[in-house]
Design a protein around this ligand. Sequence first.
Ligand code: AMP
Length: 468
Amino acid sequence: MRFADLGLIPELLQAVTDAGYTEPTPIQQQAIPVILAGGDMMGGAQTGTGKTAGFTLPLLQRLARHANTSASPARHPVRALILTPTRELAVQVFESVAGYGRHLSLRAACIYGGVDMNAQIQELRRGIEIVIATPGRLLDHVQQKTINLSQVEVLVLDEADRMLDMGFIPDVRRILTLLPAHRQSLLFSATFSEEIRKLADQMLKTPQMIEVARRNTVSDTITHVVHPVDANLKRNLLVQLLRGQPDTQVLVFVGTKLVCGRLARFLEQSGISANAIHGDKSQQQRTETLDAFRSGQLRVLIATDVAARGLDIDELPCVINFELPHTAEDYIHRIGRTGRAGHKGDAVSLVSAEEKHLLADIQKLIKFEIPQETVSGFEPGAGYAETGPQRHGRRNAEERAGHKSGDKSAKRERPAPRPAVAADGFDFSKPYKPSASYDTAKATASAAPPSDRPRRPLAVLLGGLGKK
Ligand code: AMP
């Protein structure tokens, strides 16, 4: 199928050709005709499927009749509202709208929090047809009466499941009450929980359900591998893996902001260009880091799940899970950054004994077992083999057994937990010593970078020295 077969107008066909797309992706093939016909839609599609163009192209076509070059703000009321959970996703969608709409005289603006409102107010005053916004900041503008939503014809709710995770659904419901009842509404979500369905009932009228690539499936162009490793050696293994593929750009996922920053500093200390992106960074820092990563200046980007949501980085060859996500579905979101649009990608997970139950959950969800490869010099301790995949279930069974017999030793025989070891491998219970494996990692690295600086891991891990 060609884009021309979908009934798109020449201005949009030209933009698609400019973008280098030759044929519509499955979600585009299904969604574009439904949206062009003016119907409501519920789309089950993950990042990487081409869903943004899937709703942006027909939305632009539906608004094309309003395109005009008048300088009067009254000729440019807000006609489409696209809500996204994060600033990064808002920017990404804005870029798509601007790109696909480049041959049409429609105006778009991106409205998100964490930055001064004045520039946004100035922009809105000019008159804007398509507003891409995060819910909180949009409500700030509503409150200040700097935006008028009474002429909205199309509403898009993107990544509704993430909106729910981030606690934005009450804001979304409030926004719904501010929109004309007669409108077209589109809801996209990678997963459909009971709460998302309830929201869809309130928001959509007889929607068409479109789902591509069954829910919770992963692209078959991705190669998955698990490296079992002790938690305290993860960062050294990461350095070895990164040095083994010096030309590969990598997105590394961690569970918390704290680990994010520490790991970035550790990699920098090891001579690997890295930076962190998480919710505590200012918008400007996040944008700069992301731009540096996109342009290839920055080799490793370390991110938390929330910060990484919506990052659109083309053809990312490799994603590394430094820590497994607590929600199995986030594994799919994370690795959705690689293997996009038919490209090959690697999804590598560093898994410690404490995380085996998370791995079991992920494998259950994706319905296959990920091959495990131990890296020489990083063999996990006996605890890894001993820890059953369903840690909680097994522990409960053991505890029950111990309780019944009154034998307290049943508990003591379980692999010792390591509460003092931070997820980035720093053991707070011991005085700091560089580990033997760290040297192994250095010795086996294919090429130690000439920029290898003296390492100050202790001070750095404690956050004491900051950047060089
Ligand atoms: P999305 O799922 O919207 O995040 O899009 C994932 C990636 O696919 C983006 O980098 C798009 O530029 C790209 N893309 C979207 N549509 C197509 C298409 N028809 N052919 C090739 N790439 C596409």
